[in-house]
Design a binder for this molecule. Structure first.
Ligand SMILES: [Zn+2]
Length: 76
């Protein structure tokens, strides 16, 4: 009976150890790529800039307020 308890104890230890060793490593959390931000072109001067830095006017984007007011007529 004493050896049976010891055997069960060793079995539990082995089972826990095996379960821990098999456990897959957590993949590193995916961070949003700062380079993945959408780039837009100023409809007036053609400057490429991040969408968050641009000024939107309808379907067009502009690099600054002056170009937004000037509109897209300056560049053809
Ligand atoms: Zn511009």
């Amino acid at each position: 009976m004493k050896y049976l308890l010891l055997l069960i104890f060793l079995g539990v230890v082995w089972w826990v150890w095996k379960k821990r060793s098999v456990e897959p490593l957590q993949p590193p959390a995916k961070r949003p790529d700062p380079q993945a931000e959408k780039m837009v072109v100023c409809a007036h001067c053609g400057l490429l800039l991040p969408e968050s830095d641009s000024l939107a006017a309808g379907a067009d984007f502009y690099c600054c307020e002056a170009h937004r007011q000037a509109g897209s007529t300056g560049r053809q």
